[in-house]
Design a protein around this ligand. Structure first.
Ligand SMILES: [Zn+2]
Length: 280
């Protein structure tokens, strides 16, 4: 059996994945020193997009009880740079918690946001389940029709599509999500599973925007996922659907001292192409 290995920086690049925990811990703790910029509620089976500027904090709150949130993020000024779930899974983990970051797509590859606090702190359960899922993705009307034969227009993919229309984005801009407040894992045979969300009223997931972001959330029509959406035990999850609260905060300027917004990756970008040499 060969030894497992993972994504780690090589010698000399030790800081590549380093997170200044003291900075984010202080930021998370200085609740009195931040100003509320925006606050709104996303109703059940709905979606909304909103900007979070670099240096601001954002909270997703289970204001009435457990509810899963399907989260997307783009560079506010360039939607080609968006959250890259697969690479984040490799660089961070299959499930995210405080101090994990969301990384952006190529050719940018930089931390888009850093999780500053999340009140679930689920760890690992007896089935290997963990919270804030990066293994799966959003529910969508195409797979839904495949599995049920029925048309349904309020899956997370559609909710996100409607949410981003005012920003001139389309269905093709919706990408693999972070499933906030969602517990998932892999069975011993490798199959993906979901469980009821452990969130309680007032739990939150808070992050710090490293760059100017356009964020979007769908309040999953599966609600808290305590009722299977598909399969032999499928039921009606509507009674388990709850709204989510969003809060955006501006920290005090002194709280941001020492922080700089990360630059895109500095690979030269030639991909092996060479220019002709004249007169040699
Ligand atoms: Zn969903």
């Amino acid at each position: 059996m060969s030894k497992p290995w993972t994504y780690l920086p090589s010698k000399g690049e030790a800081k590549a994945l380093e997170v200044d925990r003291a900075f984010y811990e202080r930021l998370a703790g200085e609740v009195g020193a931040r100003a509320l910029v925006e606050e709104f509620v996303i109703p059940i089976r709905s979606g909304r997009a909103w900007p979070v500027r670099a240096g601001q904090l954002c909270r997703v709150v289970t204001i009435e009880g457990p509810q899963v949130a399907d989260f997307n993020a783009w560079n506010l000024h360039n939607p080609r740079e968006r959250f890259w779930a697969a690479r984040t899974r490799q660089l961070e983990s299959t499930h995210l918690t405080t101090f994990n970051r969301l990384w952006s797509t190529l050719p940018y590859l930089r931390p888009m946001l850093t999780i500053t606090n999340e009140t679930i702190q689920y760890g690992e359960d007896e089935d290997g389940g963990r919270c804030h899922d990066l293994l799966g993705t959003r529910c969508d009307p195409y797979v839904n029709k495949l599995l049920t034969g029925e048309e349904f227009d309020y899956n997370c993919h559609s909710n996100l599509t409607r949410a981003i229309l005012p920003y001139r984005l389309t269905e093709l801009d919706v990408h693999d999500v972070l499933n906030i407040f969602q517990v998932t894992g892999l069975l011993p045979n490798g199959k993906y599973f979901m469980k009821a969300s452990p969130a309680k009223r007032g739990d939150f997931f808070e992050f710090f925007a490293e760059i100017d972001l356009l964020c979007a959330i769908s309040t999953c029509p599966g609600g808290d996922l305590s009722v299977p959406l598909w399969g032999p035990d499928a039921g009606d999850p509507l009674p388990t659907c709850r709204p989510l609260g969003i809060e955006v905060y501006q920290p005090a300027p002194e709280s941001l001292e020492g922080w700089t917004s990360p630059r895109p990756a500095d690979y030269a970008g030639n991909h092996g192409m060479e220019w002709p040499v004249f007169g040699a």
